[in-house]
Ligand binder design. Structure first.
Ligand SMILES: NC(=O)c1ccc[n+]([C@@H]2O[C@H](COP(=O)([O-])OP(=O)(O)OC[C@H]3O[C@@H](n4cnc5c(N)ncnc54)[C@H](OP(=O)(O)O)[C@@H]3O)[C@@H](O)[C@H]2O)c1
Length: 287
């Protein structure tokens, strides 16, 4: 298949390109930085220079690429630019979808999140409604996710990957990442809030497998949703950082997500079924 990966240079995208190429796909990686084209080409893909906010250039770029599938892994979360990230989810996704629809692309695979569900007991499954009544600042996140997930349904086939919290190379949880640095400084308190994690390698693998998955949302998370009081001390220890401060709080929507659908219906098997092993592996400092 001819596949355009929007977000080809990101934490997920750069792991995804070689997987797609190994499977024999013709891959076109998109970047909006001339300087990052070489990394895409070195991975064996064709580089496409386009800014998702430039509707016309994006449309021309997709027309020239003529993909069968578009994979949407665009964020501005690496740089922690949250307002731009919301704009990417809303306006960027609309632009990408409009360009894809215009040339008759059949399938889109898009990155969403698994912590947008409304509060409730237990790990959320895909049929739990999204948290539409959330107050700010969470409301902005939810609005972005709602817009993204709605926009992609304009394509006949649309797989929405509701990813867990990424860790691994190139993420906030990498040894040199934003959260790891905060944990070293004891700035992240351990709470009762529950997080579902996901190694980025598993995020990339799921995007590859989603080429054959049915339309709709699917949680892509590890097997072990965990309270902050459980995972944070393990993370800190693996990092060689001091233990966290503990506070007995947590948001009611921090409930984790269930991967039952991905595992049992789609046959997805994470390489890192639990953050316990994943943290240790990804935080092991090079000797
Ligand atoms: N889902 C989660 O778990 C979550 C939650 C919070 C934070 N984070 C953090 O956010 C990062 C997520 O990784 P990721 O792979 O999703 O994202 P990423 O590493 O931030 O990569 C984003 C991709 O989007 C592209 N992009 C951004 N703006 C663009 C624009 N205007 N036009 C075209 N392309 C654009 C970038 O391409 P160019 O720059 O090459 O143009 C890049 O390839 C990790 O660091 C993770 O720790 C993740």
């Amino acid at each position: 298949m001819r596949i355009v990966v929007a977000g080809a240079t990101g934490a997920v995208g750069r792991l995804l390109l070689p997987k797609l190429i190994r499977e024999g796909h013709e891959v076109i990686g998109m970047t909006h930085h001339e300087s990052k084209k070489a990394a895409i080409e070195n991975a064996g893909a064709k580089a496409l220079l386009s800014d998702v906010f430039d509707r016309e250039s994006l449309r021309t770029a997709l027309e020239e690429s003529r993909p069968d599938v578009v994979i949407h892994q665009l964020t501005s979360l690496s740089s922690r630019n949250f307002s731009e990230n919301t704009r990417i989810r809303i306006e960027g996704t609309q632009n990408l979808v409009a360009a894809a629809v215009a040339i008759g692309v059949k399938r889109i695979i898009a990155q969403s999140i698994s912590w947008a569900y409304e509060p409730g007991e237990g790990a959320a499954t895909e049929d739990v409604p999204l948290h539409v009544s959330a107050a700010e600042p969470r409301k902005t996140t939810i609005d972005g996710i709602l817009a993204l997930e709605k926009a992609v349904t304009e394509l006949p086939e649309h797989v929405i990957l509701r990813y867990g919290m990424f860790y691994g190379p190139g993420t906030w949880y990498a040894p040199n990442g934003f959260i790891a640095e905060q944990i070293r400084q004891r700035q992240v308190p351990a709470t009762e809030g529950i997080t579902s994690f996901l190694h980025v390698e598993d995020a990339a693998e799921a995007a590859l497998l989603a080429l054959r998955w049915p339309s709709g949302p699917v949680n892509i998370v590890d097997d072990e949703p965990a309270k902050g009081v459980d995972w944070l001390p393990v993370f800190a220890q693996s990092l060689g950082a001091p233990g966290p401060q503990t506070v007995s709080s947590g948001n009611d929507w921090e409930r984790g997500a269930s991967n039952r659908k991905a595992r049992e219906e789609y046959g997805w098997k994470p390489l890192y079924p639990t953050w316990r092993k994943g943290f240790a592996d990804s935080l092991r400092l090079p000797s």
